[in-house]
Design a protein around this ligand. Structure first.
Ligand SMILES: Nc1ncnc2c1ncn2[C@@H]1O[C@H](COP(=O)(O)OP(=O)(O)OP(=O)(O)O)[C@@H](O)[C@H]1O
Ligand SMILES: [Mg+2]
Length: 270
């Protein structure tokens, strides 16, 4: 059974800055989890602990039973794939095809298999037309999809998406929603960092909130948004509908238009 376990984990950068303190977390087989929280809370640092890019300064990280301190990042990458927050930190090939084909070639899949997998991955991300492009000459949001495809292509058991929604329009967000369904069907776990609260409320049953180096809440979106103290400490904001519902004293945990309409009708005694 697949599992990511963080057991009393702290992480200090080489310059001495403590970015994560005493994180405790279990992410089970094919769970889809959102991580939210203000800039600088320690989200990216925490997910890099989950694929071995960061090794804990204190505590233990176990990936499917493997202690990350005892394995290389390349070994862990088969279990947990990390899509970087900034695609430019990840991309290093001259064409989109070569970028996505890099990992399957590294794992020595035969040529036909590499081709087949690359084509599957670009179709999921809807970027086939860019296969021959230079990754640095395509828009940021497409470049981000290239980095997602380049992780998808080796089918890790968990995929970490660090701010995939940043800058995406409705169509881009729809591609990400479809990606989550696809990964659910393939029983792939997903950890998504995002600042898009609508995306969180609509797509994730489990939400983890980070603030100032710590995990301060872990539950459903409704549970999270019900707690004023969690919202204040993490400086997250409710969904647009949630803000209106809260302002009108219709409830703190309204997430979407339907719930807002229902609450208004209820108030009017309908
Ligand atoms: N390489 C580094 N060396 C020292 N400090 C770092 C390093 N990388 C990040 N930090 C600091 O660690 C803290 C947490 O950073 P992190 O990138 O994990 O936050 P985040 O929650 O992902 O924020 P954002 O929403 O802006 O992406 C920040 O104060 C950041 O400045
Ligand atoms: Mg970050």
């Amino acid at each position: 059974m697949n599992q990511i376990v963080l057991d009393h984990v702290s992480f200090r950068y080489p310059n001495g800055f403590l970015a994560n303190e005493d994180l405790n977390l279990v992410i089970g087989q094919n769970e889809q989890v959102a991580i939210i929280g203000q800039n600088g809370a320690g989200k990216t640092t925490a997910v890099k602990l989950m694929n071995g890019l960061n090794k804990p300064t204190k505590g233990t990280v176990l990936i499917n039973g493997m202690d990350t301190k005892e394995y290389t990042t390349a070994q862990i990458a088969k279990h947990v794939g990390y899509v970087f927050q900034n695609p430019d930190d990840q991309i290093f090939n001259q064409t989109v095809y070569d970028e996505i084909a890099y990992m399957p070639k590294y794992y020595k899949y035969d040529e036909n298999e590499v081709k087949k997998r690359v084509h599957e991955a670009v179709d999921i991300m809807q970027i086939r037309e860019f296969l021959k492009s230079n990754p640095y000459e395509i828009p940021y949001t497409i470049r981000k999809f290239v980095t997602i495809a380049s992780i998808l292509v080796v089918e890790p058991k968990y995929i970490i998406l660090d701010e995939p929604t940043a800058g995406q329009d409705l169509n881009g967000t729809k591609i990400l929603v479809d990606l989550l369904s696809y990964l659910q069907e393939k029983e792939t776990g997903v950890i998504t960092i995002t600042h898009d609260m609508e995306f969180v409320a609509d797509n994730f049953k489990r939400v983890i909130v980070m603030a100032n180096k710590h995990i301060i809440a872990d539950g459903t979106a409704k549970e999270i948004f019900s707690k004023d103290e969690v919202i204040a400490e993490s400086k997250i904001k409710r969904t647009e509908m949630g803000i209106i519902g809260n302002e009108l004293n219709l409830g703190k945990d309204i997430l979407n238009p339907k719930e807002l309409v229902d609450a208004v009708k209820n108030r009017m005694g309908d």
